[in-house]
Design a protein. Structure first.
Length: 341
């Protein structure tokens, strides 16, 4: 056989192998994509007294199952693909927590309990840009988890006391934490990082806990319980642009997906107060009872879920009528919630 013929045969074999490999990869990829598209949205609810995550079907409003977590879980975030839940195990007064439970939502199983080492009392958490950000209240810091590796890949101190909740801008360029004891909001620039200029402390008022970012990324609303006030921060300047009186004891604040209304929970009055996001005028007070704390609004804006922590209930609010339509029994002492798409 000639040298030229050998080369032709060799090249043909390589090409055939490459086609077969790519064809197999295509079939595998197609299967993976089909599997990724098959899972359904889920409402995730943490029950602090049960040390458990409840997984609820938002179509039927039935609890599909519960998964044990660490001690006294407070807040939860879902991964960008909706497959994993990251639960901050805050712990109790005598036993501060330093772990995050990583849970397979579909399998209803804790995959691992991530040891945070010196990062104590993980609390607020959010997904941004595929990463999971969380506060470490006991360590005056905020950190970030890379879901594929399940490792912490970034930590930044806030220098503030009671770093409790966290939100990010839609473009993931800035992060804001609510610092309860210091009465401040800390802005941390994520991209581009600019040395000392990457952190700004914004004084607002003691008890600054309830915080949310407007969907367009232009405003941060932060409530401070010491004076029942609400401060509105302009994210372009990181300065307060407006203040007004809100609920007696504002615990959580949440923008509707379209950004026109804002909900504020008040456990002392048993109400959720609804505001016009532009005028800051009160629209309605929704009586829910049971010490309302956590708030979650569906991505389509049709329903809001309110955690009645003392009643062990979840109130379901029709956002078109602003009325409670039904209640769910998720477990004992529900609080933090997340939506797994």
């Amino acid at each position: 056989m000639s040298l030229k013929m050998c080369r032709v045969i060799r090249i043909s074999c390589v090409a055939a192998c490459l086609v077969a490999t790519l064809s197999g990869y295509s079939r595998v990829s197609g299967t993976r994509l089909a599997n990724q598209a098959s899972h359904s949205p889920a409402l995730l609810v943490l029950n602090k007294s049960d040390n458990a995550l409840a997984i609820i079907d938002p179509r039927t409003l039935k609890v599909l199952g519960t998964v044990p977590t660490g001690n006294a879980p407070h807040e939860v975030a879902a991964s960008a693909d909706g497959r994993l839940a990251f639960v901050c195990n805050y712990g109790t007064g005598p036993a501060p927590g330093n772990t995050i439970s990583i849970i397979d939502i579909e399998a209803k199983k804790e995959l691992t309990r991530l040891d945070l080492g010196p990062l104590m009392r993980p609390h607020g958490t959010t997904e941004a840009g595929g990463k999971i950000y969380f506060t470490a209240e006991g360590s005056r810091a905020v950190a970030r988890i890379d879901p594929p590796t399940r490792r912490i890949d970034w930590i930044m101190g806030t220098g503030q006391d009671g770093t409790h909740m966290v939100v990010t801008t839609p473009d993931h360029s800035k992060l804001y934490t609510a610092n309860i004891a210091s009465g401040t909001v800390t802005m941390i620039r994520l991209a581009p990082v600019q040395g000392a200029d990457s952190i700004t402390q914004i004084p607002v008022g003691k008890g600054s806990e309830a915080i949310d970012m407007s969907p367009d990324g232009k405003e941060v609303w932060i409530a401070h319980r010491s004076d029942s006030g609400m401060s509105v921060i302009d994210t372009a300047t990181d300065k307060i642009k407006a203040t007004f009186q809100t609920a007696k004891s504002p615990f959580r604040v949440k923008f509707t997906p379209e950004g026109t209304r804002v909900l504020v929970s008040d456990p002392m009055s048993g109400e959720v107060v609804v505001y016009d996001a532009s005028s800051h005028q009160e629209i309605k007070r929704i009586k829910v009872g049971g010490a309302p704390v956590g708030i979650l609004i569906q991505p389509d804006g049709k329903r809001a879920y309110i955690a009645e922590t003392q009643a062990n209930k979840l109130a379901v609010v029709d956002m078109s009528t602003l009325e409670v339509t039904t209640v769910i029994d998720p477990g004992r002492e529900p609080d933090g919630m997340a939506w797994a798409k």
